[in-house]
Design a protein around this ligand. Structure first.
Ligand code: PMP
Length: 355
């Protein structure tokens, strides 16, 4: 730390992203990326001619991408916000819709680790609400609040989803609070709350192209809400970096929306692989949650979470282990292709001496 750092940030503990190692080729099951490449339309859209136009700024209004998303979700462009990754949008949302002790924030204790980082970054009081014993979210804990509510649905790293009716209950019971639903993983079996945004002016749904749309490396996220909420997010974006989405990512995003069928087919394959792998893990004595995401949250009865993570890493397979006490026995395993899942199961059998 330099002596110049603002005192506001001296105690800030930054988020630790999943490993992106370059030392060797791993089977990467640690950051919930898609195992499938972007569609052919994306490869065509991001071509040499477009690269040669990188001397020009990108469209700060993101007009075409917003129109494509609006049409896919049955909304108006005014209901759509886009920025470079949903992390960016979450950050803007904490800036825009939370305020010290005046408008604190509430989110599950076991959830996306960035929520507490954003709260700390922006000096927002927060309550990390414990999950139930089985890692599910107790809906009542989020009803009739005096705080902004942030919930990942499906939740991460548990993969457990709330139903649309449960989300609606949270939204209707907090008419004067903003409810942010982070739908990073919704395309793998969750119910999207985007259908409710015309009905409720306190609902903000945040989503990403990083998981189901194979564009983690392009950095693209979107949000759907009532016009005023979107205008507030635009105000923050235009006060920080209006060109946050680069020209190539804008084109890739538009093409990905046009090719929605390809991505939704991939989601089906990933769901099938999730069920296949979960069944095999349960047969090997693992406890797994009922994941509706592109990852499995699993605990072995035979081996500790960290020990399994390290043994897999040694065999060239990366999964995500969290040191938080309540979940330290678990690993979060991204669902990949059949070959990747078979290699994972093979390695686990070997580690457990079950061959
Ligand atoms: N929300 C959740 C719940 C996530 O797990 C992630 C990915 N780590 C994100 C948001 C951010 O994704 P991105 O910035 O790639 O859109």
């Amino acid at each position: 730390m330099s002596r110049f750092l603002s005192s506001r940030y001296r105690d800030l503990e930054a988020y630790t992203p999943g490993e992106q190692p370059t030392d060797m080729q791993y089977i990467k099951l640690n950051t919930n990326e898609s195992p499938y490449p972007p569609s052919a339309a994306v490869l065509e859209a991001v071509n040499a001619e477009e690269v040669s136009r990188l001397n020009l700024y990108s469209d700060p209004t993101c007009k075409k991408l917003k129109a494509a998303l609006a049409s896919l979700y049955g909304k108006k462009s005014e209901n759509i916000f886009v920025s470079s990754g949903s992390d960016d949008i979450l950050n803007f949302s904490f800036m825009a819709f939370c305020e010290g002790s005046k408008r604190p924030v509430r989110f599950p204790e076991i959830s996306y680790g960035f929520y507490s980082v954003y709260a700390e970054l922006h000096g927002v009081d927060y309550t990390a609400v414990p999950l139930s014993e089985d890692f599910s979210i107790n809906v009542e804990d989020y009803c009739h609040n005096d705080a902004t509510v942030v919930i990942a649905n499906p939740n991460a790293p548990t993969g457990i989803a709330l139903t649309l009716a449960e989300v609606e209950k949270i939204v209707t019971s907090n008419p004067d609070q903003l409810v942010l639903i982070d739908e990073a993983y919704v395309d793998f079996g969750g119910e999207s709350a985007t259908v409710l945004t015309d009905k409720y002016d306190n609902l903000l749904v945040v989503a990403t192209f990083s998981k189901s749309r194979s564009l983690a490396g392009a950095r693209l996220g979107f949000a759907i809400a009532n016009e005023q909420i979107i205008a507030d997010l635009e105000k923050i974006k235009y006060s920080t970096n209006p060109y946050s989405i680069n020209r190539l990512t804008l084109l890739a995003g538009e093409a990905a929306v046009r090719d929605n069928g390809y991505y939704m087919d991939n989601c089906k394959k990933i769901i099938e692989m999730r069920e296949y792998t979960q069944k095999a893990l349960r047969e090997l004595g693992f406890y797994t949650t009922d994941s509706k995401a592109n990852f499995i949250f699993a605990k072995s009865e035979q081996i500790g979470g960290e020990e399994l993570y390290l043994a897999l890493k040694q065999r060239g397979i990366l999964v995500r282990h969290f040191t938080k006490e309540k979940i330290k026995d678990f690993n979060r395993i991204t669902v990949g292709t059949r070959d990747q899942m078979d290699a994972l199961l093979e390695a686990i059998r070997e580690i457990l001496g079950r061959k």
